[in-house]
Write a protein that binds this ligand. Structure first.
Ligand code: FES
Ligand SMILES: [Fe+2]
Length: 431
């Protein structure tokens, strides 16, 4: 039966090659269009190898090392501000899984128990130092078993609960450090405070997601080489919106700012931006708010249905909730999270949850990502200037810096001249 079908199919392919090619192309294009966006750009994919994108393998690695070494970073603020940071997207961590995460210049272990709760611990076993991420297992619901001698530690308290070959004798110091963490809005967050202070504010829950009204519509992820503060500061830098982000990304140039004529006073397709940034309120002083209105023009004429109103709430140094209203298209939220993995290596994730039609979500997220990548070109190569030369219409950059400085305190780690840290980031439970 199958053989007969295959023979017929083959005959048809031989007789109608063009029709078959067209059908395959249509199927492929439909698949590409319907698939939710998952755009991932690793360090060096955007904005670092201009002129030499062909560098591969060893030469690419070496060039990255040189860039790190020779770049002027400027007079940087501390590198790990206090706050909540995204370490994983919920659906990426399964039950009974231990996952290695990188944050604050170190590896930690992220665990999901059999009953679904998440925990974060240090990765090194206090017995003789094996790494839980390499062969460790989740046992007894929420405990980690070390791969070296099988000791078992509670991921909740960090305490050793069993030494399998030494009944009843558990040394007092057999304890691994745990880190405060929370799962919210389909993300997993870690709390860090360099002076050992408990979480000072909570991440608001978006009820439309919890109630299933807004669905995940796509994601992007970028690794970039800059100080963490550069990324949120963009929200208060109003003047750059109508220069760097003025023209819509072109298909041929993508996000490449070297190939794009940024100074064109009247690009064919243009984004028109209008924004303001302010601190939310005295009682929510960890929260900054940007109001941004945008619409598109073609040959100078406003395009109907392209207006968007955005309220971006910045919750501390690493989380932005962008609440969108697209009028008749629907509403949604984009989470932007910035995670300082190393002093000058940030992982930025964007995830959209909305009730907007899928084709519009995909278009919107792609354009957003391309505009974001224009910033990546700038951030990955710029120097931090402590006292910038600002003019009246630059936007509230200094106000933003004063606001951001609340996330640095006495023991905030600084990057020394040789690239090392003034002090290692540690859990608040280690104080
Ligand atoms: S090193 Fe972990 S049990 Fe020995
Ligand atoms: Fe920007």
């Amino acid at each position: 039966m199958t053989k007969m079908f295959l023979e017929h199919l083959w005959e048809y392919v031989i007789e109608h090659p063009i029709a078959v090619l067209v059908a395959v192309a249509v199927l492929y294009l439909t698949h590409i269009t319907l698939k939710p966006l998952n755009r991932i750009r690793r360090l060096g994919d955007v904005g670092l190898f201009f002129g030499k994108p062909e560098l591969t393998g060893f030469y690419r690695e070496r060039q990255l090392e040189r860039l790190k070494l020779l770049r002027r970073t400027g007079d940087l603020p501390p590198v790990f501000p206090n706050g909540w940071y995204c370490v994983c997207e919920s659906e990426k961590l399964e039950k009974n899984q231990i996952m290695e995460i990188t944050i604050l210049g170190q590896f930690l272990s992220l665990i999901r128990s059999e009953s679904g709760t998440v925990y974060i611990t240090d990765s090194y076993c206090p017995h003789i130092g094996a790494n839980f991420n390499i062969g460790g297992r989740v046992v007894r619901d929420n405990c980690i078993q070390c791969p070296f001698h099988g000791w078992i530690f509670s991921a909740e308290t960090g305490k050793c609960v069993e030494v399998p070959y030494d009944e009843g004798r558990i040394p007092e110091q057999a304890k691994v450090t745990t880190w405060p963490c929370i799962e919210r809005n389909n993300n997993i967050y870690l709390w860090y405070h360099c002076d050992g202070v408990e979480p000072e504010w909570q991440i608001p829950e978006i009820t439309e997601i919890t109630e299933g009204l807004w669905k995940l519509g796509g994601r992007t992820e970028h690794e970039l080489m800059c100080h963490i503060q550069e990324i949120p500061e963009n929200g208060a830098d109003i003047a750059h919106l109508n220069y760097l982000h003025k023209s819509a990304p072109e298909i041929t140039n993508g996000s490449d700012i070297i190939k794009t004529d940024l100074s064109d006073p009247q690009p064919t397709v243009q984004h028109v931006w209008d924004g303001k940034w302010e601190v939310k309120s005295e009682e929510h002083k960890h929260c900054g708010v940007m109001h941004l209105n945008q619409f598109m023009t073609i040959w100078g004429h406003k395009v109907p249905l392209t207006s968007s109103k955005l309220v971006a709430e910045q919750h501390g140094p690493g989380i932005v909730h962008m609440l969108f209203d697209f009028g008749m298209w629907g509403k949604g939220v984009v989470f932007q999270t910035v995670t300082p993995e190393e002093p000058l290596l940030q992982r930025v994730r964007f995830r959209i949850f909305s009730n907007i039609p899928w084709f519009f979500v995909k278009f919107f997220m792609t354009v957003e990502a391309m505009q974001f990548e224009r910033d990546v070109f700038i951030w990955s190569n710029k120097k931090y200037i402590k006292s910038p030369l600002l003019v009246r219409n630059d936007g509230p950059i200094q106000k933003h810096r004063r606001w951001f400085s609340q996330f640095y305190t006495e023991n905030s780690p600084r990057m020394m001249k040789d690239g090392s840290l003034s002090n290692q980031a540690k859990s608040i439970f280690d104080w």
